[in-house]
Design a protein around this ligand. Sequence first.
Ligand code: PEP
Ligand code: MG
Length: 582
Amino acid sequence: MLALSGTGIGRGIAIGRALVLDAPQHEVPHFQIDVKRIDDEILRFNQAISAVRQELQHLQSNLPPTAPPETGAFIDVHLLMLDDPLISKEPAESIRCEQINAEWALSNHAQTLVAFFDNISDPYLRTKKDDVAQVVGRIMDILTQQPERHPNLSSMEPALTDRIIVARDLSPADAVMLRHRSMAAFVTSLGGPISHTAILARSLGIPAIVGLHGVIDTIRDQDELIVDAASGTVLVSPDERLLKQFELLQARQHEERQALAKVGEKRAATLDDEEMTLLANIELPEDLDALAGSGAAGVGLYRTEFLFMNRTEPPGEEEQYQAYSQIINAVNGPVTIRTLDLGADKQVDGGRDEPKAAMTPALGLRAIRLCLSEPSLFKPQLRAILRAAVHGDVQMMIPMLSSLSELEQSLSLIREVCAELERESAVFKPNIPIGGMIEVPAAAIAADLFAQKLDFLSIGTNDLIQYTLAIDRVDDAVNYLYDPLHPSVLRLVRNIIQAGKAAGIPVSMCGEMAGDPLFTRLLMGLGLRQFSMEPSQLLEIRQQVRQTRLSAVPEWIERILTCTDTNALHGLVDQLNAQECV
Ligand code: PEP
Ligand code: MG
């Protein structure tokens, strides 16, 4: 038996068999071939191309009914790539003229194609290089006769019940593919507690371990695993005694969750009757199922960028209108639609290698910056949101604001879009509340100025912590610095809440901090009244609210905010949480 440890997400336990996903690193063999072998080598190459074509066509015609709708388009792109002369014809020419082996010839031409896409300024087209890599990987698998170890996520068996996914990393785009496969848990080499991989685990309500270095080389497919998220441990090939012990613990957790389910029907009010608004974060219309029984008062964060992933073209206005309307019609309560937050780790069409391509992508052309620089991408979304807003109580929220001029430009674009819709006599709602995510320290410090021009603020602690503490949220090497209780973070959070109060506008929090019961009392004490989180966290937070006597909290807040010792500060928060407020 082997015990490995990383950063645990959630507190659950999963027991199951490993499904190791990872692209094999191809060692491309380079050698000259004898002139007599040229025809055989070309035949070998052509046979590999035909085999991949058949494989893709088979996948295409055997898509399970539960496969995400974009899967077919995804495979079509790969089939088209396969027909590109640089992949399927020119390597054969090189084999003949340069007398080199098929793998070498293919890798030379594939590099030319990747370089071509790399130099395109359009970010959608640029991401096509990932398709090239995937198609070339399939051909190389056959040429080098490596069994495929990374089943394309789109083609995986639909249900992965009792399987524990083990991967180097899961991009947000992989997450979209995986979210309805009922896997038991996942374990990744990369990622930190606020990476989108971790957010995926919370949103699915499953345990996960991230930042477990070398896991890919240690765990083999079908290994029996126990994942214990509370301790951040993975046990590989556990003995009978441990299996029994963890099965018992798992059963106890299951009972606790069932008992917690009753809380969903009860008011989210403290013992001294201060009402909190508890909202859900969602990413796709399919997430609506998770809202049932969660007691969510509405959606506090709808991350629209997930609609743009795993596809080559962005969704048009009509498709967006349909998706937003579906959500608005289904949610019993307000829906806050966040405009596109693409960029950094959230790329269109996978973008597995994209973050490494830019030097510091989290500081780059992301979210509102990208949208303002590409009105042809942004305007259809604004139009779709304003049109869908007639179906319910809708607010629009702008991510990653860092300057007031970005806010002005966004508001002026919204006015422009309203005027256009007016001229077209379209059915839309013009004056919906417009809010801003406060997640860049610049905006948090000047929150009073942003508050004057916005209808509400929402604190994005995931990015606020990343930018304030200068720790890349996807880089597990700096995980150890992640600390929502850092005095700078707490002061910024307090500043934003106070700015909202002074301007008379609501302030919510939609980062992961809002869904962690460790911080509920503290945040209520700082004046927060709206919390938005992954649906799986809602019951626990509701229970924590119901067990708090708010009038007893302020004296702790002063002590916490003035504490100068990190350990003591964490100790104070633990003591606050341990108070029997009944
Ligand atoms: C955040 O930054 O806290 C947030 C909620 O947005 P995202 O995690 O999508 O960046
Ligand atoms: Mg954010």
